[in-house]
Design a protein. Structure first.
Length: 335
């Protein structure tokens, strides 16, 4: 009996290569939103932008992708693009609170850069966006905080309302006690009640001793009360913990304090560089220009004039209207 033979299927190698390419997950597969969000959180903004633009080429468009792309452009300083993508997100998902929160953030950055009638338009648009975001998600802390800040800082003629801010404080209390205390401290300070604000902040810290945001606010209040040593202690406490926004705020304020005091310049420079790096990962509206101004002052205080000039030039690159940097640079060039 003849031995059995195995049947061999002969497939051309070129066809095998094509099949493997087509089946490969990397072959033209659009990036996931999770990848883009991770890049945004890590501050890899240019990479996140590329991923999100690729994602949006695949129909249907995703509201979350549009929100993220708005955030990326805002952190890169592209305010017009940030607002355009936020508007698209709202148009695509008008009943999505997060889209309105994203639009609020873009509008706040536009307001920081605007003047005249453009500023009035931005304030009114922020009023509408924050109101809609809270109506859609009455228990969303971000939406409530944005609405509370609008009530606190908008002029009364265009919607500012301290009683409205007090109402938001009460609504926040069962959802996020620290956020509620922080907004109430800001309300009291807005009413020029410095001692009451200090007392409220200290009481909040007794209940929540690890709340970095409250340590930062206490530092600001103590600085206003002409207590720089107390302010420094509070800012240093705000540096410790997972709250990056509070840490960045405290880094900037502490660096300013150290430079104004004329001591520990190297630590101040380290804090400011960390602050600039962190801006790419946070929703802080503070412009990099101010940090570069203080970097320049730190270098100038140490007699490092070339480094100071470079820093002042960087400040003007970010904000050509930064008059303090322009004046300091002119003085250095005149030496």
């Amino acid at each position: 009996m003849a031995p059995s033979r195995r049947l061999v299927c002969r497939v051309p190698l070129r066809l095998v290569a094509v099949l493997l390419f087509l089946l490969s997950p990397a072959a033209g597969t659009p990036p996931t939103l999770a990848e883009a969000e991770a890049a945004t959180v890590a501050g890899e903004l240019e990479h996140a932008q590329q991923l999100l633009e690729r994602t949006l080429r695949e129909p249907p468009p995703s509201p979350r992708a549009l929100e993220l792309l708005s955030t990326v452009h805002r952190r890169l300083g592209n305010t017009d693009d940030a607002l355009a993508y936020a508007d698209r997100a709202v148009a695509l998902a008008p009943n999505r609170s997060a889209a309105h929160v994203t639009r609020t953030r873009a509008l706040r950055q536009q307001l920081a850069e605007a003047g005249g009638l453009s500023a009035v338009w931005a304030i009114r648009a922020i009023d509408a966006s924050t109101e809609r975001a809270v109506a859609l998600a009455p228990k969303d802390v971000d939406a409530l905080m944005d609405r509370g800040h609008f009530f606190l800082y908008a002029p009364s003629l265009v919607g500012g309302d301290l009683d409205g801010a007090r109402d938001i404080v009460a609504r926040l209390a069962p959802l996020d006690r620290v956020a509620s205390v922080a907004l109430d401290v800001a309300r009291l300070r807005r009413q020029d009640e410095l001692e009451a604000a200090l007392a409220r902040c200290r009481a909040g810290l007794e209940a929540h001793p690890d709340a970095q945001a409250l340590h930062f606010l206490l530092g600001r209040l103590r600085n206003e009360a002409q207590d720089p040593a107390g302010a420094e202690r509070a800012f240093r406490s705000a540096l410790v913990g997972p709250d990056e926004t509070a840490r960045l705020d405290a880094s900037y304020k502490l660096a300013k304090l150290l430079i104004q005091r004329g001591s520990e310049t190297d630590e101040a420079l380290t804090l400011l560089r960390a602050y600039l790096d962190g801006l790419r990962r946070s929703d802080l509206l503070n412009a990099p220009s101010a940090a570069w101004l203080w970097i320049g002052r730190a270098h100038e205080g140490r007699g490092r004039n070339a480094d100071a000039r470079a820093a002042y030039e960087k400040a003007l690159e970010y904000d050509p209207g930064q008059e303090q940097a322009r004046s300091a640079l002119a003085k250095l060039r005149g030496r």
